[in-house]
Design a protein around this ligand. Sequence first.
Ligand code: GLY
Ligand code: MN
Ligand code: MN
Length: 479
Amino acid sequence: MADAAEEQPIKQRKNGLYAGVSDELAANMKSGWADTELRDLEPIPQAAETAARRARLSERFPGERLVVPAGNLKTRSNDTEYPFRASVEYAYLTGNLVEDGVLVLEPTGETGHRATLHLLPRSDRENGEFWLDGQGELWVGRRNSLAESEQLYGLPCADVRTVADDLRKATGPVRVVRGYDAGIEAALADKVTLERDEELRGFLSEMRLVKDDFEVGELQKACDSTVRGFEDVVRVLDKAEATSERYIEGTFFLRARVEGNDVGYGSICAAGPDATHLHWMRNDGPVRSGELLLLDAGVETHTLYTADVTRTLPVSGRFTDLQRKIYDAVYEAQEAGIAAVRPGAKYLDFHEAAQRVLAAKLVEWGLIEGPVERVLELGLQRRFTLHGTGHMLGMDVHDCAVARRETYAEGTLEPGMCLTVEPGLYFQADDTTVPEEYRGIGVRIEDDILVTEDGNRNLSGALPRTSQDVELWMAKLKA
Ligand code: GLY
Ligand code: MN
Ligand code: MN
């Protein structure tokens, strides 16, 4: 291990502050440091689940070496990096969230694997790495030692700095989860194929379709924090009116950072006509009384599970008649969608149920020519409904994205699956096919629905959904 560290050039901080280090200072910095090794650490709470997941993966790919990287820091500009988020595949299988980590499952014969977690060890004090390297612990904070990580994650840990070389030299079939660690992929370039690697990634995506109890608990935590974040926003709507949508973004972000790891995706804080842009994340528009605020935001927990919740709120606290009519239609569609979420249902049933309600409303209001069956057959309602009615939710907001069609979009719901139900109606500000009063109104209601043994549970149901309950809730919070 020490040898490996010595081979590594120290990436001295680019600002050059320490360009000239005297021998005396270098010698001085080597000693005088206390032993801070942590002993008798408790394993992470999900250690049993991560072990069970690795066992399922091992069973699916007997006799093959499997490589799952966490990923590396990405440069934002010059010598600053984006906040790091470990790959979901790595986090799911290990619970570890640290950059540069690599999980390797080494086949032990025709069946079975030995899993090793490769991590950066504590910074070396002898060679000055800990204070001269930009990623040294003096700069970025203490890391767990390999022995500490073994206790935390419940699997053998080794120095990651030799893993690329070891993988380059290794023989036998191997697969890697691509897209996270260019160095590891380069080491394996002549041993892997895209098709086989995609099969590994697809399997890991499908494994996550059904959440275990730990994951359900985390999703509930994410939703509970998100509910508090929405309450925070309602309390500061007057400040948002005095500034911009950014006040809403910042307010929700504070809750996400204090209670969780981050927001699970860029918050959509869309007031007035901005709500008609599905991925409005500039959040720099005005917030005006009399208009609606569409807030689509989710807290991500420390274990990376995110909520994905939308409420459309009247900034003044009261819907106008037209806003209420549109809101109530979306609510009715959401109710129909949620009612279709149960074990044994086809995945797309909830989408179809919600679209049918919205198409009928659009015909009833004279915005589309009926009959409803014709509208649905030709998809004409989509001018105003714009997007699918939901998606799987988990560590990714659009979770399990590389699962095969037959297990996801064309699959069947099972207990433990968690999905969003999020119908919407959007009338673009420049849409001349609708009466003027509709233009610039966007409404979406989005909740996170767990499939249970006998139906479903709304994990974000602590937030009000009917127009009347929304008004009562806002009045209470603003009082
Ligand atoms: N927040 C993204 C979505 O609702 O899918
Ligand atoms: Mn959303
Ligand atoms: Mn969503």
